[in-house]
Design a protein around this ligand. Structure first.
Ligand SMILES: *Cc1c(COP(=O)(O)O)cnc(C)c1O
Length: 237
């Protein structure tokens, strides 16, 4: 079995290769290590191997890890970055606002309003992506593509938040081409908002797209942040 540092090396090679293959500069895609269900020991190994950004799905679990690392001076000084990539219900917004640096899964104005109100003033603005649903119908989380612009315009007026881009979790399609086509629909939503040229969107720069299984087509479609769990930490039990 390969180790976490070896896996990171391997994933980084895949990302670099996907960049070259699609004519993008190597280094233009960031790697978010998805550490849900894995312990602080595994995360520490990934930190020691050079990673700084971690994604957590379950808010309570994530907050416990955030606090554990914050209490250790050797790690606290590294400036680890914590991304909430799981669903956020109203009763969890305060924990997200007080502990995380990023949230990727906002798909309702009410949640954004609460995050803005509850973000402590002494912290940097919470970095926010809107979750878009391009393939799942009404039962899936995320905003429909034609509703993104209205939500962006409303969220852009809220203090304590910085709108960074869009995130999506498309279902895994049968082959590369099909996967790429779905990813391109997300990319189109991202570009459409960028073209609005809203003054509040100066940092609209993040397309959070691609996981272990669909990293290459996501990079080819323009992802700037791939979220990789199993590829780094191994399979979740
Ligand atoms: C679990 C998860 C990932 C990582 O998935 P892997 O298949 O382990 O790479 C990425 N994004 C979200 C939103 C997730 O829930």
């Amino acid at each position: 079995m390969s180790t976490i540092p070896e896996n990171i090396h391997q994933v980084q090679r895949q990302i670099d290769e996907a960049c070259r293959h699609s004519g993008r500069p190597v280094g233009s895609v960031n790697l978010l290590a998805v550490s849900k269900t894995f312990g602080v020991g595994d995360i520490a190994e990934a930190v020691d191997a050079g990673l700084r950004a971690f994604g957590e799905n379950y808010i309570q679990e994530g907050v416990e890890k955030i606090l554990t690392f914050a209490e250790q001076p050797a790690y606290a000084k590294l400036g680890l970055q914590w991304h909430c990539i799981g669903p956020v219900q109203s009763n969890k917004t305060r924990l997200v606002a007080e502990h995380f640096d990023w949230v990727h899964t906002v798909d309702r104005l009410k949640i954004a309003q609460r995050l803005s109100e509850q973000r402590p003033a002494h912290l940097a603005p919470l970095q926010l992506c809107i979750q878009v649903n391009v393939d799942g119908g009404a039962t899936k989380s995320g905003v429909a593509p034609d509703e993104v612009e209205a939500l962006v315009r409303e969220i852009a007026t809220l203090p304590q938040l910085t709108l960074r881009g869009v995130m999506s979790i498309p279902d895994i399609a049968p082959d590369f081409e099909a996967q790429y086509a779905v990813h391109q629909r997300v990319r189109a939503v991202f570009d459409q908002v960028a073209r609005l040229g809203l003054p509040q969107l100066k940092q609209w720069d993040t397309l959070s797209l691609g996981m272990t299984a669909d990293l290459q087509p996501a990079v080819q479609a323009g992802s700037t942040l791939v979220r990789v769990g199993r590829g780094i930490f191994g399979s979740r039990t």
